[in-house]
Design a protein around this ligand. Sequence first.
Ligand code: F6P
Length: 528
Amino acid sequence: MITTTSSWKKLVALGKDAQQSTLSGLFLGDAQRAVKNTLHLNLGSGSIIADFSKQNITPEVVDALLELAQEASVSSRRDAMFAGAPINTSEGQPALHVALRAPSTQKIVVDGIDVVKEVHEVRRSMADFATGVRNRKIVGATGKPFTHIINVGIGGSDLGPALVWNALSQTLKPSLQCTFVSNIDPVEVEKVLEGHDAQCTLIVMCSKTFSTTETLSNSRIIQRWLTASVGEAGVAQHCAVVSVEPQRAAAAGIAFAHSFNIWPWVGGRYSVSSAVNLANVVAFGSEAFDDFLSGMRQVDEHFVETPLAKNIPVMMGLISVWNRSILGRETQAVVPYSTALSLFAPYLQQLIMESNGKQVRSDNAAVATQTSPVVWGGIGTNSQHAFMQMLHQGTSVVPVDLIGFAKTQAANGVAHDSLIANMFAQAQALAFGAESNEPQRAMPGNRASTMLMASELSAQTLGALIALYEHSVFVQGCVWGINSFDQWGVELGKQLAQKISQQIAQGAPSSDQDASTSQLLQWYLKHQ
Ligand code: F6P
């Protein structure tokens, strides 16, 4: 039990001391504080800097956190993950997203099969397909080239590719335009289809399981829409399936001519480095995907090779544990100063909360501490005119990750300095506050933030940023002793929704429905 270890006890005592100290005092007491608490990662054609100096940490806290990492066996668990051990114990699976960006020279064997070899085969077929579509050798059923892609998927089969599209479409000048359909709300798919010409549209249907109701429903609606334009026989030519189970798509009556494999050991929220990113590979070309994966791979190498004290994802993870479990911070905000990263907070919500929102450990015992924070956020500077007020003067303390870039993606970047000045100013105001004779104007300060900065927002740095958070989540899961790779909490809602759907179709609630749901269902049936 992690809470009985000596490092945990030290941290609890240090947490009490932390209530007496201030960030202003800590900076005054050590002129080297910023330098000492900043870590660097060189990516070859870019770099990342992680400044933890505005977290409420002292050298003693850092030492105790590093001791905690040892006591939680972070290094050996990490090695087990990279070696393909079945660390997702409730599903008897490895969690091998790192194999998706491993070099072709590496071998990771699962059940006697070298999975890296298979990964590179799929990457080659994705690249061939992308080239075919981009140079108009692969065209629609009426002979027209594809100009648009609609990605159909939800959760990890949507958030990852949508994030990448939004982040990179300003700079990489895509050859095709991508749009994303995820929700089962028919308004969403209807609106997207209205803006598309079926004859020029490629549909990428992503679903690890191909049993997800939302994706099945949207795929069927879109296939009917295609049929009306290109005829039943032409539909398959417009459709690609990305799945562990493409035969399930076929069994569900979904027509497709192109299919790309993923594997059971790729978690949905860890699938952005797999064929789930197909839409972007086609839109931007496979070199951009190679760059993206190279950023992730370099973080993987950093995570494996760098001593814990200099290891960015290790420190991110340990500081998150400090904030959540020791200081009791219930939420964590993420604020990129980049409109291109407006989907980063929703992406991290799934990554962090679906991974670590658990109250039972992988050995089935109840956790003895708080686990995942509520993750939320928005982009700067918009957030300064929305929720930052509460972060500065509210009664809850919310640690913030601020993310910025040295270079802008804009052709005319005069306002970029102002954007970054605002990000620095927010971190300063949160940390150091301001006194005032008028209590309502006083800013308490002493509010923690981490500053993550990259040289620019490129495919490579985006991949690196995502991988940093993936491994930070892993470190937190190790400390809490939970399985970060299953998501049983999502299942009950799916089953109940199916049952309720049947009752709506039958026009009446079943007699075993609870009184509230029964009443709501009847009201809905009457008013629809
Ligand atoms: O929300 C639960 C979940 O299982 C996620 O983990 C996953 O990313 C999403 O549903 C979609 O699943 P699939 O890719 O199988 O359609």
